[in-house]
Write a protein that binds this ligand. Structure first.
Ligand SMILES: NC(=O)c1ccc[n+]([C@@H]2O[C@H](COP(=O)([O-])OP(=O)(O)OC[C@H]3O[C@@H](n4cnc5c(N)ncnc54)[C@H](OP(=O)(O)O)[C@@H]3O)[C@@H](O)[C@H]2O)c1
Length: 326
């Protein structure tokens, strides 16, 4: 089968498009004929050996995909050959076929196309776990989203609005912020401009700061963000797209009674697959009601799919990037 292949741990430019053996589903697994798969930031890190785990080369990266069930492993019940599904097996999705455990298989609404589905489950599953389970976001609270035009960022803007928050979107260019506005952001902050992020947030919140901060960027941005949080605020540690892991000051956490909250969607979905499925079903309902619409910022064929990796690496991506296999 055709696939994007990491032949050796190295750089994004070392990825190739080639052939891998057809994977066979084991017990409790299904094989899916992939129609589309979307990029997540760890897909960049894994081939560079910078993620928490990696495949053994040669392997296909790709955490989430959508397609049609084509083969069942032993012991699989309640799944039909031909069923339209999304899966997030965390690896192997940038290929014409992928094997996934049934714990991470999500039936699709009839109206959801494969590109949307490929960009949905991992991303919105993360957001549900972050904002609701971990962040306890309430209607009327102020939510600050860093990296707000990225894949998880734009989805967080949408979900925050759907759940009644006032959303402040922070990103590095006016073009990226326009995408956030189009997804419903109430206020926009360009953090590449001179005025420090914390001053801009304070000005927008009568000096109080944000109640909940979604931080998928890290580094210096985290330091500024924690200085722009409200008393009793919750800061969600999502990721470190900027590369640096911030060492945040404990005195700020004490003085404002801040909660610094880790979010590990993969660990959550491994430990609590039923809760993960319930969260994604809730997000599918919001999609069916028209409240969520993943922004597909670029679509690539498998044969030129490595360009999607380069776009994300070079900070050019807006929303989700999708690679089509058919
Ligand atoms: N904890 C979890 O369970 C979980 C789940 C999913 C993803 N994540 C993490 O969340 C982060 C974002 O993932 P994503 O898929 O949303 O990525 P993405 O689409 O590439 O978005 C990342 C955003 O970070 C900003 N950024 C700032 N400095 C950057 C740099 N040096 N290089 C690249 N981007 C930079 C960019 O916005 P600006 O240009 O506007 O700054 C970009 O839009 C990653 O660290 C990922 O590992 C964590």
């Amino acid at each position: 089968m055709r696939a994007i292949i990491c032949e050796r741990i190295g750089a994004v430019d070392d990825l190739v498009v080639g052939d891998l053996p057809m994977p066979e589903p084991g017990a409790g697994e299904v094989r899916v004929r992939v129609h589309a798969a979307s990029l997540n930031f760890p897909d960049l890190l894994m081939p560079q050996g910078k993620y928490q785990y990696s495949g053994e080369p040669p392997f296909a990266p790709g955490m989430e995909a959508a397609g049609v069930v084509e083969k069942l492993g032993d012991g699989v019940a309640g799944v039909q050959i031909g069923q339209r599904v999304a899966v997030h097996p965390w690896i192997g999705c940038f290929a014409e076929h992928v094997v996934a455990p049934v714990d991470w298989l999500f039936p699709l609404p009839d109206a959801m196309d494969f590109e949307t589905a490929a960009a949905f489950c991992l991303t919105y599953g993360t957001i549900h776990h972050a904002l609701k389970d971990r962040g306890r976001l309430q209607s009327g609270e102020t939510l600050l989203v860093l990296g707000a035009s990225g894949g998880t960022g734009l989805a967080t803007v949408e979900a925050g609005k759907a759940w009644g928050a006032r959303v402040i979107a922070a990103a590095s260019s006016d073009e990226k912020l326009a995408a956030c506005k189009a997804r419903g952001a109430d206020d926009l902050v360009n953090y590449a401009e001179g005025d420090e992020l914390r001053h801009q947030i304070k000005a927008l919140t009568d000096g109080k700061g944000a109640d909940v901060i979604f931080d998928s960027v890290g580094g210096a941005y985290s330091h500024q963000a924690i200085r722009s949080i409200n008393w009793g605020g919750r800061m969600l540690v999502i990721g470190f797209a900027a590369g640096d892991i911030a060492q945040l000051p404990a005195n700020h956490i004490l003085i404002k009674q801040i909660e610094l909250i880790g979010v590990a969607y993969q660990g959550f979905s491994r430990r609590f697959p039923d809760r993960c499925k319930a969260n994604i079903a809730a997000m599918m309902d919001l999609w069916s009601a028209g409240a969520l619409r993943p922004h597909i910022g670029g679509t690539y064929d498998l044969e030129n799919g490595i360009d999607a990796f380069r776009a994300m690496r070079d900070r050019r991506a807006v929303g989700k990037l999708v690679i089509r296999m058919d």
